[in-house]
Design a protein around this ligand. Sequence first.
Ligand code: SF4
Ligand code: SF4
Length: 432
Amino acid sequence: MIVQQIAFVFVLAIAAYFIRKRVLLIRKTIQLGKDTPLSGDKNERLKNMLLVAFGQKKMFKKLIPAVLHFFIYVGFLVINLEVLEFVVDGVLGTHRVFAPWLGSFYSVLMNVFEFLAVAVLLACLFFLVRRNILKIPRFWSAEMTKWPRLDANLILITEIILMTAILTMNAADQVLQTRDSHYVATGSLFFSSYLVPLFQNLETSSLILIERFAWWFHIIGILGFAVYVTYSKHLHIFLAFPNTYYANLEPKGHIKNMPVVTREVKSMLGLETSTAAGEPGRFGAKDVNDLAWTNLMAAYSCTECGRCTSECPANQTGKKLSPRKIMMDTRDRLETLGKTMATGGDGLNDGKTLLNDYITKEEINACTSCNACVEACPVMINPLEIIIELRRYVAMEESGSPAQWNSMFQNMETSFAPWKFSAADRFNWAKD
Ligand code: SF4
Ligand code: SF4
């Protein structure tokens, strides 16, 4: 038993090491972003987080996937309570350490875990079919290349295997309870008891092997999953919470002013005399370090569900723009920088930038600023904020907007309207 305990602590320490390393690196890349004023007060933001992340409010626009996703989510939260027992058992070399303490409630708890395990298993099967056999278009659009598709499938398959391991372990355990006093009585477990006939005729030594294998498989699977999640879109399991807490609560359509421009215009109009704000820095964003840190955290929070892209009018009319790709590209850029930062560099001087090397002008110019993507996102990500910052850079630093836009900008400056009418002629249409 002592060998198992040492092996367990070793596995736990390795997982903790890798998770810590990854979390610190992700934090460092998010910190590349600029500070940004937050909207709403703490209570409003907390309420938003509880409703949207914890309560999954925005998921319920599509009922069936929402209910199934809810099972996976609750299963994840609740079944992980069982992992606590796994960890205590693993470290102390005990077996079902909480059972004597909880008495008959332990049996109720195990049945709840099993119900959730079956619900998660069925939900994952449904999602696998939906992705790979029914081929829902939003899971197969251009940016859903090999890795994003594999990532989604890997996690669903892993969940199915992990849930099967729990049920197998419980079934073998129930037979062992009738043969060996080391195996604490759990009472009848509804779902795994259907598997008991498969194990009843096996030798005790084989049963112990199966029970131990399922136990180790489950705990190593969970720890492996925890490390893998930090590299995967499934990071949203954790980041959906801070992302909704720090989400922009301004009304949609409210585009943030650029304070340095406002100050300049006020000074030109004589409304403000102080121009001692120093160098304005870069207008808009060329790379991730010009974006707000909340935009960067949002990139890590994206579930790649594609709800934004399937609502995007530009995408629907065949333009190159996909708001999901905007978030995926931002994350890819951060990941590239993260790799350099992990070896001591800052990565930002690699000759590449988010604009042009990841996201093209054609993409950002196709955006109508309609906010449909923002409305659709179940975790309150705002791809439009990134698009606007990139466009601001192109317009203000490069004068690189399309020619028609430049003449419109000029007309706005000189005629206060998009068209080239003199101010005196603007109301001619109303004369008769
Ligand atoms: S705001 Fe832009 S990216 Fe978002 S849905 Fe509208 S057109 Fe698409
Ligand atoms: S931005 Fe939101 S809606 Fe779009 S893919 Fe990511 S999580 Fe889904």
